[in-house]
Write a protein that binds this ligand. Structure first.
Ligand code: 5GP
Ligand code: ZN
Length: 116
């Protein structure tokens, strides 16, 4: 846990969030500025800076993040038409919050993978 980390503060309940799934090791909540009709963030409760750090430090935990993302996608009705799962990582990846999070995006066609 990191005292100043925004998403650690959401895990601790210090900042409100619209939680859609809460497991022993992960939590999923709606993005405050949704970029698609469905936009949910999935995080591990334990603090890791980014997906590369988490994947190498705890492969079981990243699998649990992926499982939660899949269950959220199913519960949000995204499986039939498809969805996008994104881990922005570091400066070039456009990561703004340094607590690893998967974006689950769907509910409409999402357009090209990258804006050019
Ligand atoms: P990143 O750019 O790091 O991949 O994504 C960070 C995401 O966190 C953004 O989509 C942003 O809208 C979202 N976000 C930032 N602050 C908050 C907050 O306080 N609550 C919630 N629910 N989402 C947030
Ligand atoms: Zn954190």
């Amino acid at each position: 846990m990191e005292a100043d980390c925004l998403f650690c503060r959401i895990v601790r309940g210090e900042i409100p969030a619209t939680v859609v799934r809460d497991t022993e090791t992960t939590v999923a909540f709606r993005d405050i500025q949704p970029k698609a009709p469905v936009h949910v963030l999935v995080i591990p409760k334990e603090h890791y800076a980014d997906v590369a750090t988490l994947a190498q430090a705890d492969p079981t935990l990243i699998a649990e993040v992926m499982e939660t993302a899949a269950v959220v996608a199913e519960h949000e009705g995204l499986l039939a038409d498809g969805f996008r799962l994104i881990f922005n990582t570091g400066a070039y990846g456009g990561q703004e919050v340094a607590h690893v999070h998967a974006h689950v995006l769907g509910g409409a066609p999402l357009g090209p993978m990258l804006a050019r």
